[in-house]
Write a protein that binds this ligand. Structure first.
Ligand SMILES: [Zn+2]
Length: 162
């Protein structure tokens, strides 16, 4: 069971959502079935609250990725992609801007494919960092934790069905 350390302002030290049960007045985390908070530092098991969480270590970027395209996959029971082009490279950080996306055969029969178009002038600009994870794997990640992969120039499997 994860127990979260509560700061004097009532928030969990790790930032997880804490609310007060209106019936019992107990402080709980988002999952309503459990009371998982404490003010006693000796009882803390939450790795983030106790400062024991692994922090991804930034890794300097050796290759030149300027102008290259990265993509990410998302979607519950679907395979969707976002594509973005590198517009700036700096240390362990790449700045990207969203591209238009093309797709074909997205009819639910498994032949759907997608590929990137040009930069969308109205597309979001965001940054990804190259980091090393706990198990030594080096990859690119956005602040929200989503992985981004270098696009290899081939059409990606794409499916908005299911
Ligand atoms: Zn915590």
């Amino acid at each position: 069971m994860q127990i979260h350390l509560i700061k004097s302002d009532g928030a969990a030290k790790c930032g997880i959502n804490v609310y007060t049960d209106w019936q019992t007045g107990e402080r709980r985390i988002s999952s309503r079935r459990f009371i998982l908070t404490t003010n006693d530092p000796d009882k803390v098991t939450c790795k983030k609250c106790s400062g024991n969480a692994y922090k991804s270590e930034p890794v300097p970027i050796a290759e030149n990725y300027l102008g290259q395209i990265f993509y990410t996959s998302w979607g519950y029971d679907m395979t969707l992609h976002d594509y973005a082009k590198v517009i700036k490279q700096d240390g362990a950080v790449l700045t990207l801007q969203e591209c238009f996306m093309h797709s074909e055969n997205d009819n639910g029969f498994g032949a759907g494919r997608s590929w990137p178009g040009e930069i969308n002038p109205a597309g979001k600009v965001f940054r990804i960092r190259q980091v090393k994870t706990k198990n030594g794997y080096v990859h690119f990640t956005k602040a929200n934790g989503h992985f981004w992969y270098l696009w290899n120039g081939k059409k990606n499997y794409y499916n908005t069905w299911d």
